[in-house]
Design a protein around this ligand. Structure first.
Ligand code: ZN
Ligand code: FE
Ligand code: FE
Ligand code: FE
Length: 194
């Protein structure tokens, strides 16, 4: 098992070097390749999203009841702040000004989270279930975003940036798995009894 994953890692680490030699950062006419522009826009989008989460997560933490859920969200707020800083490093590595571009999806997802709080009663397990559902939608959006961006960074030959994005991707997956285990032990059942 460990051997197989090591092999896979080596394989994926070898391919970006090839791309790095072939993909130009500036085209011969002096303009930036469209794919690099698309990638940078994706970074600006997730930068907006992460900054938005730094503001939105405290509301979810305040509304959550179960201790493990409060702890998980509190820890993810701390992690999210480091993800913001990591994206700022990505901007530096790209040689670009850090800039956020409004992420409509994350705005919508966080509105859903607020609606769940409005529509459920304080101190209930049902509210916690709703908060977990809303939070997992957020994590899945992030997993999709960082998964695509990390792959794209490799294609663009931006190996160091790909490594940073993969680090965040793993953190988002971890957060998602933790939320699932909190729901299953045993908030969902508790909510079913309310
Ligand atoms: Zn995020
Ligand atoms: Fe994040
Ligand atoms: Fe977005
Ligand atoms: Fe996250």
């Amino acid at each position: 098992m460990a051997k197989a994953s090591k092999l896979k890692k080596n394989k994926s680490a070898a391919s970006p070097k090839q791309s790095s030699a072939t993909f130009p950062k500036i085209k011969s006419d002096g303009t930036e390749p469209a794919l690099l522009e698309l990638f940078t826009d994706g970074i600006k989008d997730i930068y907006w999203a992460e900054n938005h989460l730094v503001k939105a997560l405290p509301k979810m933490i305040k509304a959550a009841g179960a201790k493990p859920l409060v702890a998980a969200l509190t820890d993810h707020l701390r992690v999210t702040k480091t993800q913001v800083a990591r994206l700022e490093t990505v901007f530096e590595m790209l040689g670009k000004e850090k800039r956020a571009k409004k992420c409509d999806a994350m705005e919508g997802l966080s509105k859903e989270g607020e609606a769940v709080i409005e529509d459920t009663d304080e101190g209930t397990a049902t509210r916690d279930v709703g908060i977990i559902m809303a939070s997992q939608k957020v994590e899945h959006y992030e997993i999709a975003s960082y998964g695509s961006l990390a792959r794209l960074a490799k294609t663009l030959g931006l190996t160091d940036i790909a490594a940073l994005l993969t680090q965040t991707l793993e953190e988002e997956k971890e957060a998602d798995l933790l939320l699932t285990s909190i729901a299953e032990n045993d908030i969902n059942n508790k909510a079913a009894g309310e």
